[in-house]
Design a protein around this ligand. Structure first.
Ligand code: DP6
Length: 331
């Protein structure tokens, strides 16, 4: 099945519509997976092998504003600078928009403001596609539900399926070939004493994209066979941690899940390693803090930066060891 078939299923006659409003605008938060999406059962539709669970960072993300353009091509502006149409960033957006303009031809000016570094493992594609699809929903007055928007955002980038809500979000792997049961939903849990710290280590563009790394892992890592079991077990533990508000269980599970994901990458060929020496040094500092009784855990995505999980009350003490960490309240 192709992406365009799924879009046709969801939008049907609405695909005939041209922009109905002057502007569409939407903000989407970035999200940090505590149980990761790593590996696809369908790479055309970004259907995952396993379910995943994330927490949104409500103040970090993408604000996308779109208007109809009369230029020949879409115009993409990122943080007030026009992006070259030949860049991967602009091409990826254009290819995504092409999926929606099969029946009518329109061009857009897309103005994206992101307050997270793009392409450094901080889920810029997640909030980018989630905000773009929500802005399209406004501009074309499609009146889609969040579940439908989650299905559409997934076609841009898998993790974008989870970026339509604040708080904890679960993305169901689903089993259907057309992926109509692979959408995300928010979990009714609030945890006001939880804090996430973003520990910037490098904002250089990653050497291997998460998309390529994921596929290579599935194809070449002998450890990948065990990943679905690990993810299923971690999903259970995370649900338990959320229900009991058990911070240690949440932190241990998230950290172990991230390290297992990176182990599958290290064991793929050619190996994929997102650790910089500073990443390892920070991990060792975190383990040392834990030995001293300060409960802080980390998770890491497809980049060298770490995200810290800590109790709000420990913010100041953790800041002493990681002065560059950006501490974010979640609720
Ligand atoms: C490590 O969602 O960027 O951040 O579907 O190919 O666009 P594509 O991949 P993407 O992968 C994210 C991987 C991850 C884990 C996660 O966010 O769950």
């Amino acid at each position: 099945m192709k992406k365009s078939d799924v879009i046709e299923k969801i939008l049907q006659h609405k695909l005939l519509q041209t922009p109905q409003r002057d502007q569409g605008q939407a903000f989407a938060p970035t999200n940090i997976a505590l149980c990761k999406y790593w590996g696809k059962r369908d790479s055309e539709l970004n259907l995952p092998v396993t379910s995943s669970l994330s927490i949104a960072l409500p103040t970090k993300g993408a604000l996308t504003s779109i208007i109809e353009s009369h230029a020949k091509e879409d115009v993409v502006i990122l943080n007030d600078k026009e992006v070259s149409p030949d860049s991967n960033f602009a091409k990826r957006l254009k290819n995504y928009l092409d999926l929606f303009r099969v029946k009518t031809l329109w061009r857009l000016q897309i103005d994206i403001k992101m307050n997270i570094p793009a392409a450094a493992g901080l889920a810029s594609s997640a909030c980018g596609f989630a905000s773009l699809v929500s802005a399209l929903n406004e501009l074309f007055a499609w009146q889609l539900t969040k579940r439908e928007l989650s299905l559409l955002a997934r076609l841009g980038s898998g993790s974008a399926a989870r970026s339509l809500w604040n708080g904890f979000v679960e993305w169901y792997a689903g089993t259907q070939a057309d992926g109509m049961d692979s959408y995300a939903q928010p979990l009714a849990v609030e945890w006001p004493t939880l804090t996430i710290g973003i520990l910037p280590i490098s904002d250089a563009e990653k050497p291997v994209s998460s998309r390529v790394a994921m596929q290579r892992t599935v194809e070449t890592s002998m450890l990948y066979a065990n990943w679905p079991n690990k993810a299923a077990q971690d999903m259970k533990l995370l649900h338990q941690a959320l229900q009991e508000k058990n911070f240690s269980l949440l932190g241990e599970t998230a950290e172990s899940n991230a390290l297992n994901m990176h182990s599958t990458m290290l064991s793929s060929w050619p190996p994929v390693c997102y650790f910089l020496p500073e990443t390892i040094a920070a991990m060792q500092q975190i383990w040392s803090l834990r030995r001293d009784g300060i409960e802080v855990y980390f998770t890491q995505d497809a980049g060298p930066n770490l995200k810290l999980l800590l109790h709000k009350k420990d913010k100041m003490i953790v800041k002493k060891y990681f002065p560059h960490a950006d501490m974010i309240n979640l609720f």
